[in-house]
Design a protein around this ligand. Structure first.
Ligand SMILES: O=C(O)CCC(=O)C(=O)O
Length: 268
């Protein structure tokens, strides 16, 4: 373990595979803050009791434990190492809760094409708040796919953002292949994890979420997305399936991301 909390080998694994699981890097103190934060987020309106797959973004401003993890934990420093940068911006955070009877898989996609940035890498830390394995909605990754430079057209949600379809690709984007039909041609990575472990993955890595088929257990995961200081704002308004809530009308294309919405959380 280096002074930065991870080994050179872990940084190399991230660079080659696009994902690496960091075992036991968050202690009990952080987990208690995050469990409390997740309970608070789950009671915040609007809350649809029928919803079996809860996804909410932008909690770091409202829920103290989440804000502390995004800014004050080891994560910004680790992001600087994985992204090879001296400055890190927080892009956004997101809580994913899969209820016991949540049976839909999340479709294959990569994240960066949804995100309003170009010119530098971005990444996610997924922080499990419960035990995770394939039966509980673990994430699957196509090993090394972040190196394909494949800008897959984001999927478009219906009005409730639930059912997703594949719109015709915009210039610069390509259609997402049916990776389920060609699984044997790829190496699929997936990790059984415990609270305290943290999964790091690259913004261009192709991934999908398995369903929670347990019928009894809930699976919560909190994710934080960080961006290299080299990235610049990019206006995704005309890309079907982009995430509206990540657009910032105060930034112009080509601007550094630094602002209240995408704060600098690490600088050397
Ligand atoms: O947890 C999942 O099912 C999907 C998570 C995901 O797609 C992401 O964190 O980017």
């Amino acid at each position: 373990m280096s002074a930065n909390g991870i080994t050179n080998e872990q940084v190399s694994t991230f660079a080659a595979d696009g994902a690496v699981c960091l075992r036991g890097i968050l202690g009990r103190d952080w987990l208690e803050r995050l469990w409390e934060a997740s309970d608070e987020a789950m009671t915040m309106p609007p809350r649809d009791p029928e919803q079996r797959y809860f996804r909410r973004i932008g909690l770091w401003r409202e829920v103290r434990g989440f804000g502390e993890l995004c800014r004050d934990s080891i994560l910004p420093r680790l992001a600087a190492r994985f992204l090879g940068t001296r400055k890190v911006n927080l892009l956004y955070d997101q809580l994913f809760v899969k209820e016991p009877d949540m049976v839909d898989r999340s479709a294959w996609h990569n994240d960066q094409p949804y995100w309003p940035l170009r010119g530098g890498p971005a990444m996610t830390f997924s922080v499990p708040l419960d035990h995770v394995d394939e039966s509980l909605g673990a994430i699957e990754f196509i090993r090394g796919s972040h190196l394909w430079n494949a800008w897959y057209q984001p999927l478009q949600g219906d009005e409730e953002g639930r059912r997703k379809s594949q719109p015709a690709p915009r210039p610069g984007f390509i259609e997402m292949p049916d990776f389920d039909a060609e699984r044997e041609r790829h190496e699929i990575l997936s990790y059984d994890m415990e609270p305290g472990d943290v999964l790091a993955f690259h913004g261009m890595l192709v991934h999908a979420g398995t369903a929670n088929t347990t019928g009894t257990k809930t699976r919560r995961a909190y994710t934080v997305r960080y961006v290299s200081g080299s990235a610049r704002y990019f206006d995704t308004s005309d890309i079907p399936g982009r995430n509206e809530r990540l657009l910032n009308p105060d930034l112009r294309p080509g601007d550094p991301l630094d602002c209240d919405m995408f704060p600098v959380v690490y600088r050397e």
